[in-house]
Design a protein around this ligand. Structure first.
Ligand code: H2B
Length: 101
């Protein structure tokens, strides 16, 4: 099924917790997307994390935009289907956060 943009109530209940200080995600300026930076001990840990995210993303058919340098991984999530944030971004962000807890 095609993804639909989060409505106002889902933004309040599902998106806001990710955007709160303890959530660590930020809205990207100029587009409906969220971004978070993850830091690891070294490249091995960063790439292990990316591998886990990649397997989940491919299963979901929902892929992150990301950038890695050594121990740093920048992840941006948005949904091309609806050109904005959908429930798929919430699901993937929640999965990603759980990996780092
Ligand atoms: N990833 C993201 N982030 N958004 C999408 O809408 C999306 C995707 N759609 N991965 C999928 C692949 C689509 O392009 C393919 C054809 O199913």
């Amino acid at each position: 099924m095609a993804a639909v943009k989060l409505d106002a109530s889902a933004r309040d209940s599902q998106l806001q917790p990710l955007l709160a200080p303890e959530g660590g995600w930020h809205l990207v300026e100029g587009r409906d997307a969220i971004q978070k930076t993850f830091m690891f001990q070294d490249f091995n840990e960063a790439f292990g994390f990316m591998t886990r995210v990649a397997i989940k993303a491919d299963k979901m058919d929902h892929h992150p935009e990301w950038f890695n340098v050594y121990n740093k991984v920048d992840i941006t999530l948005s949904t091309h289907d609806c050109q904005g944030l959908s429930g798929r971004d919430i699901t993937l962000a929640t999965f990603i956060d759980a990996l780092t807890k």
